[in-house]
Every structure is written in structure tokens, then in C-alpha cells.
Design a protein around this ligand. Sequence first.
Ligand code: THG
Length: 267
Amino acid sequence: MYVIGERINGMFTDIGNAIAAKDKKPVQAMAEKQLAAGASALDINVGTRVPKADRAAVMQWLVETVREVTNKPLCVDTPALETMRVGVAAAAKGGLPVVINSTIGQQDKLEAFMALAHEFDASIIGLSIDEKGVAATCEEKLEIAMRTIAAAMEAGVDVEKVYLDPIVLPVNVNQTAPGIVLETIRQIKMLSDPAPHVVVGLSNLGQGALEKHLINRTFLVMAIGAGMDASIHDPLDEELTNAMVTAELLLNKSIYSDSYLKAYRQG
Ligand code: THG
């Protein structure tokens, strides 16, 4: 599993406060902790407390702060093209790997973000959202997925670099949505050979629910079973990580030993 650590996000109080105080220490410590826990990449999101006019400059600061402690892929998380360009340029400096998180499937946005991906040799996450909002049905999600793949090919972005995100929303808001996402994952995996990568922002699912950790953990296992190969979540959640590693073991993606959980943590 390609785990993208979600914790460097201004929506969390510790990181929000560090951003406000321009204090690098808590940000760098959080980057190192997530990587030590097995994250393959780190999401970087300034959050909503930062005024819109300052977001590009704050994104640059946040990316440069994390880049001081790692050469791993940084996943620049913003819907704004200008903030994305600034963040991606900072993250990709020296030819280091970067992920654009994200583009929506509206044609003009797809073209602009795919051009940026091509320019920086970046990977890119394509959401199942377009001018009509979040796609509700499996058919609509697949239609946007196919448009996203087509736009990547047009822009010269290798399909291997595209991650499709069918969008999970809080289960306490709409209980039919998670099943639709699982079905969409299964179908995306049949679109082509090799199949496009699939990612979700897992923590959206349990947001506001008392049993959010259990809900997120159970869904992660189901989504892995459906073919999902990447996830934006908290790698510091040990039970979540144990469930993920066990799901991969049961799908024969890693070798069994009695100490397989320990083996994962030792890298
Ligand atoms: N898809 C993609 N990128 C994304 C998302 C997605 N980036 C942002 C978000 N969604 C993923 N990251 C988070 C981070 C935190 C929470 C949800 C999604 C969250 N956290 C706490 C919770 O679980 O209740 C609340 C915050 C706190 O503890 O202060 O909800 O879908 N491509």
C-alpha cells in the first residue's frame, strides 16, 4: 500500500498552531514520525485557518520546512492552481518526487493540472468531482475517471502516475456512499491493464462519528480487498496500520511470519 500520511494539515490543532507561529519543529517532527511509521509520502495541506491570500506563501513555507527533513514524495494538497504551482515547484526542487493532490474532472481544470504534472514530472490525484459536484453514482465516477485518464494521455502524463480518488464522504451523512465507492474501485481496476491506481482520503469517512477509528479501519480493509492500492490516512494509528498490513498479508502481498507486524515496522 502506498500510504500518504495525512497529519501535516492545518486542520489539526498542533499543525495549525505551528503554521500560525511559523514554528518548524512540530511540522518536522510530525513528518519524521509518519515516515518512521511506514508512510511512503506525506500530504501537505495548509488548512482553512490561513487566509486565501496567504495560502501560496504558507504552502511554500510548509513544503520547504518538510523538505529539510525528507526526500520522500510530498503530496501538495490544495484545489488552487497558483498555490499548487508554488508548492509543487518547492517540493520538486532538485528533481525530488511530488504528487499533485488534486485535480477535479472539469475539463479546463484537468488540462491546467495535467500540464503542471507534465512540467514537474509529478504524480497526480484525480477526484471524482466535476462542475456538477461530487459524482454520486458508480457510472458518474467512472465517467470522470475515464476523462481523467484521457486528459493525462493528452498531456503526456504516464497513466502510472495517475491516482483516481472516488471520494469517500462521512458515513453518518450518507450511508449508501461507501458501498458505491467500493464498487467503483472494483470497476476502475477493470478499466485497463495495468489498472489505474486508486486512492481515497480515508478519514473523511469516520468524521464526526463516535466509532470513527473502527469505521475507517474496517473500510480500509474492505477497500484493499476491492483493489485500492493507496490511502491518505494517519499512519500513527497503530490499529489501522495493523489491519492494513494484515489485509495485505491475506491477499498474499507480503510473506507470512509470526512477527509480520514487527517486520512491517522494521521496514
Ligand atoms: N481526497 C484527497 N485528498 C484529501 C482528501 C480526500 N485531502 C484532505 C482530506 N481529504 C484527507 N485528510 C483528512 C485529514 C483529517 C481528517 C479528514 C481528512 C479528519 N480528522 C479528524 C477526524 O478524523 O475527525 C478531525 C481533525 C482533528 O482531529 O482536529 O477528519 O478525500 N485526494
